[in-house]
Design a protein around this ligand. Sequence first.
Ligand code: ATP
Ligand code: MG
Length: 391
Amino acid sequence: MFKAFLIKYAEIGLKGNNRFIFENALRDRIKEALHFLGDFEVSKEQGRIFVECPDEYDYEETVAAIQKVFGISSICPVAVIESSDWDTLTQGVGDYVEAMYPDRNFTFKVEAKRADKNYKYTSPEICIEMGAYLLKRFPEMKVDVHEPSVRFTVELRTKCYVYSIIIPGLGGMPVGSNGKAMLLLSGGIDSPVAGYMISKRGVSLAATYFHAPPYTSDRAKQKVVDLAEKISKYTGKIKLFVINFTDIQLYIYDQCPHEELTIIMRRYMMKIAERLAEQENCLGLITGESIGQVASQTLQSLAATNEVCTMPVYRPLIAFDKKDIVEIAQKIDTFETSILPFEDCCTIFVAKHPVTKPSIKVINKSEKMLDEKIKEMIETAISTVEVITVG
Ligand code: ATP
Ligand code: MG
């Protein structure tokens, strides 16, 4: 029945001359999403994207794939009518109605759009004439122009299209239309959601995970790889950097007051992630922090963590309650993986009574104990980083 999909854009942030960047990125993302599902033709046409389907394809799978692409407001499966010749058109629309709606006790309205301004009917005339045709062919249907239960939209272009199903898209902007950022990805609930949210605004992702073997196991690392894989369904390819953080953590543990451990560790994570971000041409860092969620996320702690990097740090969950974060995690299918009970490098070295109001001055003083040696350790960690590409 559906030989094509008409895709309507969501918000176009970059208007005017830059609009094509958005449109091309969206077209390319849809192409990528459908690449493994068959031979689909994806093209731009007058403020829309058209996806033409191969003779054989799986409808559900195709819709599900397009639904994961950011930048789409709606997806309309369309029936294609080969010619705009009036008899062919009315017949085609009538056949569509007959096939789609076996029970026709409903109210409807016809909406029309025509690209060909020389067509023998204007858009309002098409609506009236098509409505009359349908009423005659299906007397059980009734017109309601204000609140119809079904709207049939007929678009006349080179070919003609009719649709009545509108599947919502995710909104946002196509990935790649807004630069790249480095996500600090742990195995928790929050950071995958944070990455998803920033990527939804058109940002492609790289990710860094701080691994502390043997304190954190291979399974903990695999969990992070799995999470990256899950969000890559939306964001496209992700280059995941796995930093071996053990020596740095042990050294901080040896040298610094234990109640400051988490904050100092978080500061080193930010520093290292920023270095990798620069290497990868990222324009910002992303974390899953949320005010007050844990001791390391009070305003004082966030200020202390933030102090060590100059790159902007995007924290999309900053004002979210946990339950709202969980809801998104469930929606994007990361939740079940996130709650698997593997150890995390932050919890292993955590102090019984961590500071909740760290003073930046005091933290800086404690970090003096780490002197030159930590710089070397950072270089080693960066030069021995493991890179895993997912998606
Ligand atoms: P999450 O659920 O994302 O792990 P969290 O509530 O456990 O967050 P923290 O452990 O304080 O919070 O971490 C705050 C943020 O720091 C995380 O959202 C993540 O961006 C980053 N982070 C923490 N641990 C790691 C890690 N091992 N590797 C990479 N990033 C990390
Ligand atoms: Mg965590």
